[in-house]
Design a protein around this ligand. Structure first.
Ligand SMILES: [Zn+2]
Length: 343
């Protein structure tokens, strides 16, 4: 026991006198006194040979020694680190940095951003609204009263706590809400997610995304609508794109039209994408029905306006040559990773 205490006293002097001026000496110190085969470890191993009545005293002396060695190590470590004597040999600034994985934008987001930015340049601002909507804002105000046959084309999901609540079938509810605010003129674009009670397949899903636009002011005409949409498709699909309007029917617009663009894949010659017609259907549009204006408290004798709406998934399928709409919502990283460099 006495011998051990003398030994420890000797080691204490060694610790105190140990010169540490660089990283190599620091490591030598650590290995000698604090390493897994170092002196502190081997002294603790002696504990079993110390008589029971002396164990407490020995343990105390030994712990003090350990704390001394640790304190010296820690102090020297900080000193050498701040002096940079660690770094000079080990730091290689020419090595490539750690790779940072940034992910990628979703293809639906890419197309939505493109559409929105084109209309923003024309002075449209983005408006938003709820996905859970009541019957009035989603159907009735849009000239789709209960029992109207056009409602069948937009079957949706109802909230069972309240039969008046449903998941919106289009972003037109945002238009209704904006019109009801009564601040004219209105020039808005409404991107968002919508729902339909449809069988899920490669071509259709029970939810998808839309962008709708609405412009209401005095003396807005169909010519304004045509020119705005023509500008849009030129920005979206290129200067050479042609458009055609086909008469159509929507309860909320009169007159109504579907707009096609010349197929941007084959340039109008006919291909698989355009089903060999040379045309691709891109959006529905028309002049806002006077009844819709009146429903929202707007004087239809003074004001007129146009509205249009398009899906986002469909142009995304075409632009990126994706063959199944379900891929957009399956969150398969192998699919999404392919859009890292897409614009
Ligand atoms: Zn084509």
């Amino acid at each position: 026991m006495e011998q051990l205490l003398e030994q420890i006293a000797g080691y204490r002097r060694e610790v105190e006198n140990f010169q540490i001026s660089d990283a190599r000496q620091l490591e030598e110190f650590r290995i000698k006194f604090l390493g897994s085969k170092g002196l502190t470890k081997s002294l603790f191993a002696e504990m079993k040979n110390v008589p029971n009545e002396k164990k407490k005293e020995f343990g105390q002396v030994l712990n003090e020694f350990k704390q001394l060695a640790e304190a010296k190590y820690e102090e020297a470590r900080q000193t050498t680190a701040s002096q940079g004597s660690f770094g000079e040999e080990q730091l290689d600034l020419s090595l490539p940095g750690d790779e940072i994985s940034l992910g990628s934008r979703h293809p639906v987001t890419l197309v939505r951003n493109r559409i929105v930015s084109i209309f923003q340049r024309l002075g449209f601002s983005v408006a938003d609204g709820p996905e859970i909507e009541d019957d009035w804002n989603n159907f009735t105000a849009l000239n789709l009263p209960e029992n109207h046959p056009a409602r069948d084309m937009q079957d949706t999901f109802y909230i069972h706590q309240n039969p008046d609540w449903l998941l919106r079938t289009h972003t037109s509810n945002v238009q209704i809400r904006e019109m009801q605010k009564g601040q004219l003129p209105i020039r808005i674009i409404c991107p968002g997610r919508v729902y339909r009670n449809e069988t899920i397949s490669a071509r259709s899903h029970c939810f998808f995304h839309q962008v709708e636009g609405l412009y209401i002011d005095e003396n807005v005409s169909f010519a304004d609508l045509k020119q705005t949409l023509y500008f849009f498709v030129q920005e979206m699909f290129g200067r050479d794109v042609k458009v055609r309007f086909r008469p159509s029917y929507f309860p909320f617009t009169e007159p109504s039209a579907e707009m096609d663009v010349s197929c941007f894949i084959c340039g109008g010659k006919g291909c698989r994408i355009c089903k060999h017609t040379g045309w691709v259907e891109i959006l529905g549009c028309g002049m806002v029905h006077p009844k819709v204006l009146e429903n929202c408290g707007i004087d239809s004798n003074k004001y007129s306006g146009y509205a249009f709406g398009m899906g986002i998934e469909r142009p995304a399928l075409l632009l990126y040559d994706v063959n199944d709409i379900r891929l957009f919502s399956e969150n398969d990283a192998r699919f999404l990773r392919q859009f890292v460099n897409a614009v």
